[in-house]
Design a protein around this ligand. Structure first.
Ligand SMILES: O=C(O)CCC(=O)C(=O)O
Length: 294
């Protein structure tokens, strides 16, 4: 495992990420969700067929002919574009061709490929039956279940999301650096009017301290997620994710945070200002729930 970037970071002394085995939903909500504290849950994926079935052959047989959108990077860092919000280079290709490029021993290209956060219910419906939505949140709040499929060396750069997240590791390991939302002023998010206000401008593996001097004060927490484990990433927590091993597969579950909670925070406001559609949907939900009370 590549740990040579590790010493550059200041780690918070407050705590390491705990591992807890099969907490009850109440234990999870009380100890972690309500206080927005990251945690690794072990044992929660023991019923997942995907853990044994998602081999390259099986996936290629099951969804091999499907056209999928894959992000391509020359640097292994999968950064969004400030104008579009998407990866600057994106390819639509047959899933089986993507798997072949990913697993090629002597790659003919120096590019890296990553199927990055593709919604499962619309794009891979047959695979949804081989996972289980965890009981740790109210299913009515579920926004999307995404598939992440890549290889050793891929990096999702430092960013935060407007929803809570359970990142469930199916195959390979991920190293994750987490920064508390209180660190936001040290992390230089892109401007709120750009398409990527949730991404940091700092390349945290090679920080430019002249341009981003306050980054020297940032403190993070590190963990390595093993197959069969789920990491809870609370809303607005910053994370940078490094993939390891030949085949790296994860599924994540994003669920809604209360609008009121987002509006109370600077980071939440920055994201919401981007999405008029979000407000419109919230308004409609409110109207519907008032006109159809349970
Ligand atoms: O696994 C990755 O590469 C990134 C995952 C992520 O950013 C997320 O789950 O929000």
């Amino acid at each position: 495992m590549n740990t040579n970037v590790q010493d550059q970071f200041k780690f918070t002394e407050v705590y390491q990420i705990e591992r807890i085995h099969n907490p009850t939903p109440e234990e999870f909500q009380r100890g972690f969700l309500s206080v927005r504290k990251p945690v690794i849950i072990t044992g929660g994926m023991s019923g997942w067929k995907a853990l044994s079935s998602w081999t390259p052959d099986y996936l290629s047989t099951t969804v091999g002919n499907r056209q999928v959108d894959v992000n391509v990077s020359q640097s292994r860092m999968f950064m969004g574009d400030t104008k579009t919000g998407f990866a600057s280079l994106r390819k639509t290709m047959k899933f089986s061709d993507f798997m072949s490029v990913l697993l090629e021993k002597n790659r003919s290209t120096s590019n890296s490929y990553y199927l990055q956060g593709q919604p499962m219910t619309t794009i891979f419906p047959e695979l949804v039956q081989e996972i289980e939505t965890p009981d740790y949140f109210d299913k009515k709040l579920l926004l999307v279940i995404n598939l992440w499929l890549g290889a050793h060396g891929n990096i999702s750069p430092l960013h935060y999301d407007a929803s809570h997240n359970l990142l469930a590791q199916v195959s390979g390991r991920k190293r994750i650096l987490l920064f508390d939302p209180k660190q936001t002023s040290f992390l230089y998010p892109f401007p709120a009017y750009s398409k990527i206000p949730h991404l940091s401008q700092v390349n945290i593996d090679e920080p430019d301290f002249e341009k981003f001097p306050k980054f020297s004060k940032a403190k993070c927490i590190e963990c390595v997620l093993e197959p069969g484990e789920m990491l809870f990433i609370p809303v607005l927590w910053w994370h940078q994710v490094y993939s390891f091993d030949t085949l790296n597969i994860a599924v994540n579950f994003w669920w809604k945070e209360k609008l009121r909670q987002l509006l109370l925070t600077y980071s939440g406001m920055r994201l919401l200002a981007q999405i008029p559609a979000f407000f419109w949907q919230e308004f409609r939900n409110k109207v519907n729930s008032t006109s159809n009370p349970k």
